[in-house]
Write a protein that binds this ligand. Structure first.
Ligand SMILES: Cc1cc2nc3c(=O)[nH]c(=O)nc-3n(C[C@H](O)[C@H](O)[C@H](O)COP(=O)(O)OP(=O)(O)OC[C@H]3O[C@@H](n4cnc5c(N)ncnc54)[C@H](O)[C@@H]3O)c2cc1C
Length: 462
């Protein structure tokens, strides 16, 4: 029997999940697996970086789920610190360069997995690359930030961007004793929420002592004579800074794939079918892609989107691994569920925001309810705000956003299931959700919102 070779580009969530799953299905006598990773780590949790920087997680190695040695022990030929610089799809081979020595060589493949992730957006402005300005995409970035915090021993930090990474990093820096200013281009933090819900996050951040500057764009990072950051300028103001953290989003890392002629969508991500196989004749049915470098189908709007989340990357990897390992699996799409927190305020969202629904041409009703995390009389009950969006006339659930304390974030999973099942808000009112005073009021906040949404959709008739 001839041995096939699988080549994987990218050694984190999507790439190593694919490699590991393929290895589970096929042994080394049937499938040779070569994985290239340009960094120092494999199978690491970038998601844990804010908690490592903030001191909740002790050590960098705690964020590594599987080391290169562990992968090698499972029969994966892992080439660390080696970057793939060209894909030759016609010749079924990749050209790789060792980062330290610069030595290059070609490796042929029968099947190829592209799992190159996403690249953080660096603002195009003076000082963006100055010492003390940090991204937080990789464990190396996290280490560089921690080294910088130890070296600078400063007092003031500016976070640029108020998406979930910016918000989590603001909390981490507060925990490190910094005065933190977050400069945000949008009208409220967390643009994945509607602004009325983002305002609740804004208030929570201010309650922690974080200064939020909305509707402002950073135009320059100013440095001192030593070349280190001193301040951050916007059109109207200047904010002193001993350290700057960038959290202004990511773009799919698809330069290699595009150069090879593989298809990318309007958001710059690779386009795949449901089996995560790259579409089109150039890929020749031999190329798969997953994780932050691909676009995914939004099951609610029916559109393709780029959503950079580890939860999707791991699932894509599993699906790819099953398919390249001779099994069968598909990834049907997402409903847009994401959770995060700032201190003890939890944030959950799933489905469409109002502006997504508008953009999709949907007419809708939205309701917001104030409830509590536990029965009102039970000690520790805390406020929780639920916003629910439902299609006009049909009552189909379109989206839910929740901001509150304990239990707020994961409550959104109920809505994610309802969205996936295509439920109406009226059907949601009958869901048999658990109740006991320490966990929820007798009417769970999600059910209260569903009842209110049902009444609004049906003109108060129910
Ligand atoms: C601070 C932070 C917090 C996050 N929090 C969450 C969270 O709470 N929940 C959540 O779901 N997601 C979270 N994410 C997102 C999550 O980490 C990513 O979605 C996930 O890591 C994507 O996995 P991936 O394998 O597609 O890409 P990546 O993790 O980016 O891995 C791609 C790998 O490919 C390597 N690579 C790229 N090009 C080449 C090449 N040419 N040759 C060799 N190697 C290459 C890179 O070095 C990298 O290691 C967070 C991300 C960050 C940065």
């Amino acid at each position: 029997m001839s041995i096939e070779r699988l080549v994987v580009i990218g050694g984190d969530a999507a790439g190593m999940s694919a490699a590991s799953q393929a290895r589970r299905l096929k042994g080394p006598e049937e499938l040779e697996i070569v994985a290239f990773e340009r960094g120092h780590f494999t199978s690491y949790s970038a998601c844990g970086i804010p908690y490592w920087v903030g001191g909740d997680v002790d050590a960098r190695d705690d964020l590594v789920a599987r080391t290169p040695q562990e992968h090698r022990a499972r029969g994966i030929d892992l080439r660390l610190r080696t970057e793939v610089v060209e894909i030759d799809v016609g010749g079924r081979r990749v050209r790789a360069r060792e980062v330290e020595s610069g030595a290059e060589s070609w490796t042929s493949y029968d099947k190829l997995v592209i799992a190159t992730g996403a690249r953080p957006i660096r603002p195009d402005m003076p000082g963006a690359d100055a010492a003390g300005v940090h991204g937080v995409q990789t464990l190396d970035d996290g280490q560089a930030l921690l080294d910088s915090l130890a070296r600078a021993r400063g007092e003031r930090a500016v976070v640029v961007g108020a998406g979930y990474i910016g918000v989590e990093m603001a909390e981490a820096l507060i925990k490190r004793g910094y005065e933190v200013t977050v400069v945000n281009r949008g009208s409220e933090p967390m643009s994945t929420l509607d602004p009325d819900m983002g305002r609740l996050v804004h208030r929570a951040m201010e309650g922690m002592g974080i200064t939020m500057v909305n509707d402002a764009e950073v135009t320059e990072v100013r440095t001192g004579e030593d070349g280190r950051v001193r301040s951050v300028r916007t059109a109207d103001a200047e904010y002193p800074a001993d350290v700057v953290v960038l959290g202004i989003g990511v773009r799919p890392e698809t330069g290699l794939a595009r150069a090879a002629g593989l298809p990318v969508g309007v958001h710059g991500g690779l386009l795949t079918d449901l089996a995560m196989r790259v579409r089109g004749p150039v890929a020749d049915g031999r190329v798969w892609a997953g994780g932050d470098c691909v676009e995914v189908l939004d099951l609610v709007s029916g559109r393709e989107r780029h959503i950079a989340l580890g939860t999707h990357a791991n699932k894509h990897g599993q699906v790819i691994g099953a398919n390249v390992g001779g099994g069968y699996a598909t990834f049907p799409g997402v409903v847009g569920t994401a959770v995060s927190k700032v201190c003890d305020v939890e944030i959950g969202r799933t489905g469409l925001r109002e502006k997504d629904a508008h953009r999709a041409g949907l007419q809708f009703e939205s309701v917001t309810v104030e409830s509590t995390s536990r029965a009102g009389y039970y000690p520790g009950a805390s406020p929780m705000t639920v916003k629910m969006i439902a299609e006009r006339r049909t009552g189909r659930l379109l989206g839910v956003q929740i901001v509150g304390r304990e239990g707020a974030a994961k409550r959104v999973d109920v809505a994610a299931v309802a969205l996936t099942a295509g439920m109406t808000v009226e059907e949601m009112t009958a869901l048999d959700l658990g109740y006991a005073p320490p966990f929820s009021p007798v009417w769970d906040p999600v059910l209260v919102a569903a009842r209110k949404a049902t009444a609004k959709v049906h003109g108060g008739a129910r």
